[in-house]
Design a protein around this ligand. Structure first.
Ligand code: SF4
Length: 388
Protein backbone atom coordinates (compact mmCIF):
# COMPACT_ATOMS: atom_id res chain seq x y z
CA UNK A 1 0.00 0.00 0.00
CA UNK A 2 1.47 3.35 -1.04
CA UNK A 3 2.03 6.11 1.49
CA UNK A 4 2.58 8.70 -1.26
CA UNK A 5 1.62 12.27 -0.47
CA UNK A 6 0.75 15.14 -2.81
CA UNK A 7 3.47 16.37 -5.13
CA UNK A 8 5.19 19.59 -4.02
CA UNK A 9 8.25 20.47 -6.07
CA UNK A 10 10.62 23.01 -4.57
CA UNK A 11 12.47 23.43 -7.87
CA UNK A 12 11.76 22.55 -11.47
CA UNK A 13 14.04 20.12 -13.32
CA UNK A 14 16.01 21.01 -16.47
CA UNK A 15 13.89 21.26 -19.61
CA UNK A 16 14.52 19.69 -23.03
CA UNK A 17 12.68 20.05 -26.33
CA UNK A 18 11.87 17.03 -28.52
CA UNK A 19 10.71 17.61 -32.11
CA UNK A 20 9.17 14.70 -34.00
CA UNK A 21 9.41 14.32 -37.78
CA UNK A 22 7.07 11.41 -38.51
CA UNK A 23 8.09 10.23 -42.00
CA UNK A 24 10.52 7.64 -43.38
CA UNK A 25 11.24 6.36 -46.91
CA UNK A 26 9.51 3.20 -45.87
CA UNK A 27 8.64 1.40 -42.67
CA UNK A 28 11.32 -0.99 -41.34
CA UNK A 29 9.79 -4.35 -40.34
CA UNK A 30 10.95 -4.10 -36.70
CA UNK A 31 9.93 -0.47 -36.12
CA UNK A 32 7.17 0.48 -33.69
CA UNK A 33 7.91 4.23 -33.71
CA UNK A 34 5.38 6.74 -34.98
CA UNK A 35 6.73 6.77 -38.53
CA UNK A 36 4.79 6.86 -41.78
CA UNK A 37 5.83 6.35 -45.38
CA UNK A 38 7.02 9.57 -46.97
CA UNK A 39 4.82 10.74 -49.84
CA UNK A 40 5.51 13.50 -52.38
CA UNK A 41 2.52 15.34 -50.89
CA UNK A 42 4.41 15.91 -47.62
CA UNK A 43 5.15 19.62 -47.41
CA UNK A 44 8.16 20.07 -45.13
CA UNK A 45 7.85 23.86 -44.83
CA UNK A 46 4.19 23.57 -43.91
CA UNK A 47 5.03 20.97 -41.25
CA UNK A 48 7.72 23.28 -39.82
CA UNK A 49 5.17 26.09 -39.59
CA UNK A 50 2.77 23.77 -37.78
CA UNK A 51 5.55 22.70 -35.38
CA UNK A 52 6.27 26.33 -34.54
CA UNK A 53 2.57 27.00 -34.01
CA UNK A 54 2.48 24.01 -31.66
CA UNK A 55 5.49 25.37 -29.77
CA UNK A 56 3.97 28.83 -29.50
CA UNK A 57 0.75 27.41 -28.09
CA UNK A 58 2.76 25.44 -25.49
CA UNK A 59 4.75 28.46 -24.27
CA UNK A 60 2.55 29.25 -21.24
CA UNK A 61 3.46 25.80 -19.88
CA UNK A 62 7.20 26.46 -19.98
CA UNK A 63 7.21 30.20 -19.39
CA UNK A 64 10.60 31.63 -18.43
CA UNK A 65 12.36 28.27 -18.49
CA UNK A 66 15.63 27.65 -20.34
CA UNK A 67 15.87 24.77 -22.83
CA UNK A 68 19.12 22.84 -22.44
CA UNK A 69 18.85 20.43 -25.35
CA UNK A 70 16.88 19.86 -28.54
CA UNK A 71 16.46 16.48 -30.18
CA UNK A 72 15.01 16.33 -33.70
CA UNK A 73 13.98 12.70 -33.98
CA UNK A 74 11.68 10.49 -35.96
CA UNK A 75 10.92 8.98 -38.28
CA UNK A 76 13.73 10.30 -40.43
CA UNK A 77 14.43 14.01 -39.83
CA UNK A 78 17.19 13.87 -42.45
CA UNK A 79 14.46 13.61 -45.09
CA UNK A 80 14.05 17.34 -44.45
CA UNK A 81 16.19 19.85 -46.31
CA UNK A 82 18.76 22.11 -44.64
CA UNK A 83 16.41 25.05 -45.30
CA UNK A 84 13.56 23.37 -43.43
CA UNK A 85 15.76 22.56 -40.43
CA UNK A 86 17.14 26.09 -40.48
CA UNK A 87 13.64 27.58 -40.51
CA UNK A 88 12.68 25.24 -37.66
CA UNK A 89 15.66 26.09 -35.43
CA UNK A 90 15.46 29.83 -36.17
CA UNK A 91 11.79 29.73 -35.22
CA UNK A 92 12.53 27.82 -32.01
CA UNK A 93 15.23 30.36 -31.05
CA UNK A 94 12.78 33.22 -31.52
CA UNK A 95 10.18 31.60 -29.28
CA UNK A 96 12.15 30.10 -26.37
CA UNK A 97 15.13 30.81 -24.17
CA UNK A 98 17.72 28.41 -25.53
CA UNK A 99 20.89 27.83 -23.51
CA UNK A 100 23.97 29.04 -25.45
CA UNK A 101 25.48 25.61 -24.68
CA UNK A 102 22.42 23.67 -25.82
CA UNK A 103 23.04 20.28 -27.39
CA UNK A 104 21.07 20.15 -30.66
CA UNK A 105 20.87 16.64 -32.08
CA UNK A 106 19.42 15.56 -35.39
CA UNK A 107 18.73 11.91 -36.21
CA UNK A 108 19.93 10.98 -39.68
CA UNK A 109 19.56 7.95 -41.88
CA UNK A 110 22.72 7.13 -43.89
CA UNK A 111 20.47 6.47 -46.88
CA UNK A 112 19.16 10.05 -47.00
CA UNK A 113 22.15 12.35 -46.46
CA UNK A 114 24.94 13.84 -48.50
CA UNK A 115 27.63 16.48 -47.95
CA UNK A 116 25.27 19.32 -48.75
CA UNK A 117 22.64 18.22 -46.23
CA UNK A 118 25.22 17.78 -43.48
CA UNK A 119 26.84 21.15 -44.13
CA UNK A 120 23.43 22.87 -44.03
CA UNK A 121 22.33 21.10 -40.82
CA UNK A 122 25.56 22.16 -39.17
CA UNK A 123 25.12 25.78 -40.34
CA UNK A 124 21.59 25.86 -38.96
CA UNK A 125 22.91 25.09 -35.47
CA UNK A 126 22.69 21.29 -35.23
CA UNK A 127 25.79 20.34 -33.22
CA UNK A 128 25.29 16.60 -32.74
CA UNK A 129 24.37 13.97 -35.31
CA UNK A 130 22.88 10.60 -34.46
CA UNK A 131 23.30 8.16 -37.34
CA UNK A 132 21.06 5.09 -37.59
CA UNK A 133 23.71 2.62 -38.77
CA UNK A 134 22.29 -0.57 -37.16
CA UNK A 135 24.95 -2.84 -38.72
CA UNK A 136 27.81 -2.81 -41.20
CA UNK A 137 26.81 -6.22 -42.54
CA UNK A 138 24.84 -5.99 -45.80
CA UNK A 139 22.98 -9.23 -45.16
CA UNK A 140 21.76 -7.95 -41.78
CA UNK A 141 20.87 -4.51 -43.16
CA UNK A 142 18.76 -6.23 -45.81
CA UNK A 143 17.02 -8.41 -43.20
CA UNK A 144 16.25 -5.24 -41.18
CA UNK A 145 14.73 -3.62 -44.28
CA UNK A 146 17.12 -0.68 -44.14
CA UNK A 147 17.50 1.55 -47.20
CA UNK A 148 21.30 1.81 -46.87
CA UNK A 149 24.13 -0.67 -47.24
CA UNK A 150 27.45 -0.85 -45.45
CA UNK A 151 29.29 1.32 -48.01
CA UNK A 152 26.68 4.09 -47.60
CA UNK A 153 26.98 3.87 -43.81
CA UNK A 154 30.77 4.25 -43.94
CA UNK A 155 30.53 7.15 -46.40
CA UNK A 156 27.91 8.91 -44.23
CA UNK A 157 30.09 8.62 -41.10
CA UNK A 158 33.17 9.94 -42.92
CA UNK A 159 31.19 12.88 -44.31
CA UNK A 160 29.53 13.61 -40.95
CA UNK A 161 32.96 13.80 -39.28
CA UNK A 162 33.80 16.81 -41.44
CA UNK A 163 30.95 18.82 -39.90
CA UNK A 164 30.23 17.40 -36.43
CA UNK A 165 32.45 16.71 -33.41
CA UNK A 166 29.62 15.02 -31.54
CA UNK A 167 28.43 11.95 -33.42
CA UNK A 168 26.44 9.00 -32.15
CA UNK A 169 26.21 5.75 -34.09
CA UNK A 170 23.14 3.63 -33.36
CA UNK A 171 23.77 -0.10 -33.76
CA UNK A 172 21.73 -3.20 -33.08
CA UNK A 173 22.58 -6.73 -31.98
CA UNK A 174 20.65 -9.97 -31.64
CA UNK A 175 19.90 -9.80 -35.38
CA UNK A 176 18.48 -12.72 -37.40
CA UNK A 177 21.27 -15.33 -37.92
CA UNK A 178 23.87 -12.99 -36.39
CA UNK A 179 26.97 -14.80 -35.13
CA UNK A 180 29.38 -13.63 -32.43
CA UNK A 181 32.02 -13.18 -35.11
CA UNK A 182 29.73 -10.93 -37.15
CA UNK A 183 28.92 -8.88 -34.07
CA UNK A 184 32.64 -8.57 -33.36
CA UNK A 185 33.12 -7.21 -36.89
CA UNK A 186 30.36 -4.63 -36.30
CA UNK A 187 31.95 -3.55 -33.01
CA UNK A 188 35.42 -3.28 -34.57
CA UNK A 189 34.07 -1.27 -37.48
CA UNK A 190 31.94 1.00 -35.25
CA UNK A 191 34.81 1.85 -32.88
CA UNK A 192 37.24 2.42 -35.75
CA UNK A 193 35.66 5.84 -36.48
CA UNK A 194 36.42 7.07 -32.96
CA UNK A 195 33.09 8.88 -32.69
CA UNK A 196 32.14 10.47 -29.38
CA UNK A 197 29.20 8.15 -28.68
CA UNK A 198 27.83 4.70 -29.54
CA UNK A 199 24.50 3.06 -28.74
CA UNK A 200 23.90 -0.68 -29.01
CA UNK A 201 20.27 -1.88 -28.84
CA UNK A 202 19.05 -5.43 -28.65
CA UNK A 203 16.59 -6.13 -31.48
CA UNK A 204 13.23 -6.84 -29.85
CA UNK A 205 10.08 -7.96 -31.60
CA UNK A 206 7.38 -5.42 -30.79
CA UNK A 207 3.63 -5.68 -31.35
CA UNK A 208 2.31 -3.76 -34.37
CA UNK A 209 5.38 -4.52 -36.48
CA UNK A 210 5.88 -6.76 -39.52
CA UNK A 211 8.35 -8.86 -37.53
CA UNK A 212 5.64 -9.48 -34.92
CA UNK A 213 3.33 -10.93 -37.60
CA UNK A 214 6.10 -12.83 -39.39
CA UNK A 215 9.05 -13.24 -37.01
CA UNK A 216 12.40 -13.64 -38.75
CA UNK A 217 13.98 -17.09 -38.56
CA UNK A 218 17.02 -17.85 -36.40
CA UNK A 219 16.92 -14.98 -33.96
CA UNK A 220 19.58 -15.37 -31.26
CA UNK A 221 17.95 -16.50 -28.00
CA UNK A 222 18.20 -14.67 -24.66
CA UNK A 223 21.38 -16.53 -23.61
CA UNK A 224 23.10 -15.67 -26.89
CA UNK A 225 21.98 -12.03 -26.59
CA UNK A 226 23.43 -11.92 -23.07
CA UNK A 227 26.78 -13.14 -24.43
CA UNK A 228 26.55 -10.61 -27.26
CA UNK A 229 25.93 -7.79 -24.81
CA UNK A 230 28.97 -8.85 -22.79
CA UNK A 231 31.08 -8.88 -25.95
CA UNK A 232 29.96 -5.31 -26.65
CA UNK A 233 30.63 -4.12 -23.07
CA UNK A 234 34.11 -5.70 -22.94
CA UNK A 235 35.19 -4.47 -26.36
CA UNK A 236 33.92 -0.94 -25.88
CA UNK A 237 35.59 -0.66 -22.47
CA UNK A 238 38.89 -1.63 -24.12
CA UNK A 239 38.36 1.20 -26.62
CA UNK A 240 37.67 3.75 -23.81
CA UNK A 241 33.93 3.89 -24.31
CA UNK A 242 32.29 4.22 -20.92
CA UNK A 243 28.94 2.47 -20.55
CA UNK A 244 26.87 5.04 -18.66
CA UNK A 245 23.39 3.73 -19.46
CA UNK A 246 22.01 0.30 -20.39
CA UNK A 247 22.56 0.86 -24.15
CA UNK A 248 24.72 4.02 -24.27
CA UNK A 249 28.52 4.33 -24.38
CA UNK A 250 30.53 7.56 -24.47
CA UNK A 251 34.14 8.58 -24.88
CA UNK A 252 35.43 11.13 -22.35
CA UNK A 253 32.03 11.88 -20.81
CA UNK A 254 30.52 12.90 -24.14
CA UNK A 255 27.17 11.76 -22.77
CA UNK A 256 23.99 12.54 -24.64
CA UNK A 257 22.70 15.51 -22.61
CA UNK A 258 19.23 15.09 -24.04
CA UNK A 259 18.90 11.40 -23.19
CA UNK A 260 20.55 11.89 -19.80
CA UNK A 261 17.79 14.37 -19.01
CA UNK A 262 15.19 11.63 -19.63
CA UNK A 263 17.04 9.16 -17.41
CA UNK A 264 17.40 11.77 -14.66
CA UNK A 265 13.64 12.31 -14.79
CA UNK A 266 14.01 15.80 -16.23
CA UNK A 267 11.26 17.63 -18.11
CA UNK A 268 10.69 17.58 -21.84
CA UNK A 269 8.27 19.30 -24.13
CA UNK A 270 7.55 17.18 -27.20
CA UNK A 271 6.14 18.84 -30.30
CA UNK A 272 5.16 17.12 -33.54
CA UNK A 273 2.87 14.24 -34.42
CA UNK A 274 2.59 11.73 -31.57
CA UNK A 275 5.22 13.50 -29.42
CA UNK A 276 5.18 12.91 -25.67
CA UNK A 277 5.80 15.56 -22.99
CA UNK A 278 6.53 15.45 -19.29
CA UNK A 279 6.27 18.83 -17.60
CA UNK A 280 6.63 19.71 -13.93
CA UNK A 281 4.86 22.46 -12.05
CA UNK A 282 5.06 23.45 -8.41
CA UNK A 283 2.18 21.14 -7.42
CA UNK A 284 1.94 18.54 -10.17
CA UNK A 285 3.68 16.69 -12.99
CA UNK A 286 1.78 16.29 -16.23
CA UNK A 287 2.13 14.04 -19.24
CA UNK A 288 0.83 14.89 -22.69
CA UNK A 289 0.63 13.05 -26.01
CA UNK A 290 -0.06 14.87 -29.26
CA UNK A 291 -2.24 13.55 -32.11
CA UNK A 292 -0.39 10.62 -33.60
CA UNK A 293 -1.33 10.68 -37.28
CA UNK A 294 0.65 13.38 -39.13
CA UNK A 295 -2.30 14.72 -41.14
CA UNK A 296 -4.61 14.81 -38.11
CA UNK A 297 -1.90 16.61 -36.15
CA UNK A 298 -1.36 19.13 -38.98
CA UNK A 299 -5.11 19.78 -39.21
CA UNK A 300 -5.66 20.07 -35.47
CA UNK A 301 -2.78 22.32 -34.40
CA UNK A 302 -4.36 25.52 -35.83
CA UNK A 303 -7.57 24.62 -33.98
CA UNK A 304 -5.63 23.98 -30.73
CA UNK A 305 -7.01 20.42 -30.67
CA UNK A 306 -3.75 18.58 -31.22
CA UNK A 307 -3.25 17.30 -27.66
CA UNK A 308 -4.72 13.85 -27.49
CA UNK A 309 -3.90 12.98 -23.87
CA UNK A 310 -3.23 15.38 -21.04
CA UNK A 311 -3.16 14.16 -17.47
CA UNK A 312 -1.46 14.76 -14.15
CA UNK A 313 0.69 11.86 -12.99
CA UNK A 314 -0.75 10.33 -9.86
CA UNK A 315 1.77 10.78 -7.05
CA UNK A 316 1.62 7.05 -6.27
CA UNK A 317 2.85 6.33 -9.83
CA UNK A 318 5.85 8.67 -9.53
CA UNK A 319 8.24 6.28 -7.73
CA UNK A 320 7.89 3.68 -10.50
CA UNK A 321 8.13 6.29 -13.26
CA UNK A 322 11.24 7.76 -11.67
CA UNK A 323 12.89 4.36 -11.21
CA UNK A 324 11.95 3.25 -14.74
CA UNK A 325 14.30 5.95 -16.01
CA UNK A 326 16.94 6.33 -13.32
CA UNK A 327 17.60 2.60 -12.87
CA UNK A 328 19.09 2.62 -16.39
CA UNK A 329 22.06 4.70 -15.18
CA UNK A 330 25.07 2.49 -14.62
CA UNK A 331 26.67 4.77 -12.00
CA UNK A 332 23.39 5.29 -10.18
CA UNK A 333 21.91 8.51 -8.84
CA UNK A 334 21.61 10.43 -5.60
CA UNK A 335 18.72 9.88 -3.22
CA UNK A 336 18.19 13.66 -3.31
CA UNK A 337 17.35 13.42 -6.98
CA UNK A 338 14.33 11.27 -6.17
CA UNK A 339 13.08 13.89 -3.68
CA UNK A 340 13.82 16.80 -6.03
CA UNK A 341 12.19 15.31 -9.13
CA UNK A 342 9.12 13.67 -7.58
CA UNK A 343 8.46 16.02 -4.65
CA UNK A 344 8.02 12.93 -2.48
CA UNK A 345 9.86 11.95 0.67
CA UNK A 346 12.42 9.18 0.33
CA UNK A 347 10.43 7.34 3.03
CA UNK A 348 7.81 6.67 0.36
CA UNK A 349 10.08 4.17 -1.39
CA UNK A 350 12.44 3.21 1.40
CA UNK A 351 10.81 -0.21 2.05
CA UNK A 352 10.99 -0.95 -1.68
CA UNK A 353 14.61 0.19 -1.89
CA UNK A 354 15.50 -2.12 0.99
CA UNK A 355 13.71 -5.00 -0.74
CA UNK A 356 15.54 -4.25 -4.00
CA UNK A 357 18.83 -4.19 -2.06
CA UNK A 358 17.99 -7.49 -0.37
CA UNK A 359 17.33 -9.01 -3.80
CA UNK A 360 20.72 -7.70 -5.05
CA UNK A 361 19.19 -5.36 -7.66
CA UNK A 362 20.71 -2.20 -6.13
CA UNK A 363 23.39 -1.03 -3.69
CA UNK A 364 22.65 1.78 -1.26
CA UNK A 365 25.72 3.77 -0.35
CA UNK A 366 26.48 7.33 0.76
CA UNK A 367 23.13 8.75 -0.27
CA UNK A 368 23.37 7.06 -3.65
CA UNK A 369 21.32 4.35 -5.28
CA UNK A 370 23.43 2.25 -7.62
CA UNK A 371 22.00 -0.57 -9.75
CA UNK A 372 24.10 -3.75 -9.52
CA UNK A 373 25.09 -5.71 -12.62
CA UNK A 374 22.34 -8.15 -11.62
CA UNK A 375 19.90 -5.22 -11.41
CA UNK A 376 20.88 -3.97 -14.88
CA UNK A 377 20.68 -7.47 -16.39
CA UNK A 378 17.26 -8.12 -14.83
CA UNK A 379 15.96 -4.57 -15.01
CA UNK A 380 12.32 -5.52 -15.55
CA UNK A 381 12.32 -7.77 -12.48
CA UNK A 382 13.97 -5.01 -10.43
CA UNK A 383 11.39 -2.45 -11.59
CA UNK A 384 8.48 -4.70 -10.63
CA UNK A 385 9.37 -3.95 -7.00
CA UNK A 386 8.57 -0.27 -7.54
CA UNK A 387 5.26 -0.84 -9.30
CA UNK A 388 2.54 0.36 -6.95
S1 SF4 B 1 14.17 4.46 -40.34
FE1 SF4 B 1 13.95 4.35 -38.09
S2 SF4 B 1 12.01 5.38 -37.61
FE2 SF4 B 1 12.03 4.98 -39.82
S3 SF4 B 1 10.91 3.04 -40.03
FE3 SF4 B 1 13.09 2.53 -39.91
S4 SF4 B 1 13.51 2.19 -37.71
FE4 SF4 B 1 11.50 3.25 -37.88
Amino acid sequence: MSTATNTVLTQLPPLALYIHIPWCWHKCPYCDFNSHTFKPTVNEMNYVEVLLLDLEAALPQIWGRTIYSIFIGGGTPSLFSGDAIDKLLSGVRKLVKLSPFAEITLEANPGTIDNEHLKDYSKSGVNRLSLGIQSFNDKHLLALGRIHDSAMAIKAINQAQQYFKQINLDLMYGLPEQTMQQLQQDITQATSFNTSHLSFYNLTIEPNTKFFVTPPANLPDNDQCYLMQNLIITNLAQQNFQRYEVSAYAQQTNYSKHNLNYWLFGDYLGIGAGAHSKLSFHDKIIRQVRQKHPQTYINQVPKAQHINENCAVNSCDLPFEFMLNAMRLIDGFSTNLFVERTGLSLNVILPKLLLAQQQRFIKLEQQKIIPTTHGINFLNDALLIFLD
